[in-house]
Design a protein around this ligand. Structure first.
Ligand code: PLP
Length: 361
């Protein structure tokens, strides 16, 4: 018998998000380069802080996250009152759609945008609107053309996932200034820390009331398993989001780990420098063996193969070598593999294996 209990419109149109694979049958020492995780893991100081937090697991965590917000504000020179912390930046991206979009409203993102954006839109019963990119780069004109009176949110990851490309400050400004009155620009800065000198949108926010940025501890800080992110935006928007988040959305262990991680600047610098160095090495080495990629500003590259069949063949070969990368087919790139920048040995290993595959062809 069909149930009369029905979810809100749009929810049954959601296809489940697929995370990066982490296992290969028959391999114990899998090299996982599928989820853009930090190959060095978290800072020692973060590990120690999480261990200490284990002693007081019976105590409810802070609900205002004041200590972590102060650490974020100091680190990035921001106003602590305009910061809100979430259970991963995913929670914040989701709450933004919940708070600002509903039935009849449009949520805009680009054709190769992060796979969660359509899910956030549909979960709020809003209408997802997809616009084209230009040569695998977010196209400001296409976004402005795609906006209507119904546009409430525009999600852009900068740097973008899975392309690794990004918009410069002038283009971001042009986008923010060109949006219709009721549309909020959400700058997803999951990879912002990998770009030297990029503020993730802080300056735009200081001068406008229609921009919010989200950031995460899952990527450069190496804390994806703890689930911590934050957002920064106009006070009115932070006040709105604060009303609908769970009062204890971050565990005490997550709060402690994140605060220790963000204060360990030397470690972050090391991770950024290693990433830049090995990303460039890997992109150059792959280009030399016939696998080009766009210049990436993040901690992964989108490796382009000659065809879907070649990309699938290479993926299968990597798996046979115990290496897991991300098929980019779900993002509209059937001929590409997204490869996380690992440490030196990981980069050498994956390049070597791709070289073997290309050599056999
Ligand atoms: C990894 C990633 C995130 C981070 O999500 P968390 O919930 O903070 O772990 C957000 N946006 C993009 C584009 C990502 O690639």
């Amino acid at each position: 018998m069909a149930t009369k209990i029905k979810p809100q419109p749009g929810i049954m149109d959601i296809t489940l998000y697929q995370g990066g694979a982490s296992t290969v049958a028959g391999h114990e020492n899998v090299l996982k380069l599928s989820s853009n995780e930090n190959p060095f893991g978290p800072s020692e100081k973060a590990r120690a802080a999480v261990s200490r937090a284990a002693h007081s697991m019976h105590i409810y965590p802070s609900t205002d996250h004041a200590s972590l917000r102060a650490a974020i504000a100091e680190t990035y020179d921001l106003n602590a009152n305009q910061i809100m912390c979430g259970n991963g930046s995913g929670e914040l991206l989701h709450l933004l759609a919940q708070a600002y979009a509903g039935p009849g409203d449009e949520v805009l993102f680009t054709e190769y945008g992060f796979a969660m954006y359509p899910i956030y839109a549909r979960a709020s019963s809003a209408t997802p609107v997809v616009v084209k990119e230009r040569d695998r780069v977010v196209d400001v004109d296409a976004i402005l053309d795609g906006c209507t009176k119904k546009t409430r949110l525009v999600y852009i990851a900068n740097p973008a996932n899975p392309t690794g490309t990004m918009l410069g400050q002038a283009e971001l400004k042009r986008l923010a200034d060109g949006l219709p009155d009721r549309a909020l620009l959400v700058l997803d800065g999951a990879y912002a820390e990998f770009v030297d000198g990029y503020d993730g949108g802080a300056e735009l926010i200081a001068e406008r009331d229609n921009v919010v940025m989200t950031r995460t501890f899952s990527k450069i800080y190496g804390l994806g398993g703890l689930r911590i992110g934050w957002c920064y935006g106009p006070q009115e928007i932070i006040d709105v989001l604060s009303r609908i988040r769970g009062p204890f959305n971050l565990s005490a262990a997550a709060l402690a780990g994140a605060e220790a991680a963000i204060r360990d600047r030397a470690y972050v610098e090391k991770c950024r420098a290693e990433n830049t160095r090995w990303r460039e090495w890997m992109a150059t080495a792959l280009a030399e063996i016939g696998v080009p990629s766009d210049t990436s500003t993040a901690n992964f590259i989108l490796a382009r193969f000659g065809s879907e069949e070649e990309a699938e063949g290479c993926d299968a070969h990597l798996k046979s070598q115990g290496i897991v990368v991300r098929m980019a087919k779900g993002y509209g790139f059937a001929n590409c593999l997204r490869i996380t920048v690992g440490d030196e040995s990981a980069c050498r290993r994956v390049v070597h294996a791709i070289g073997q595959f290309m050599g056999q062809r």
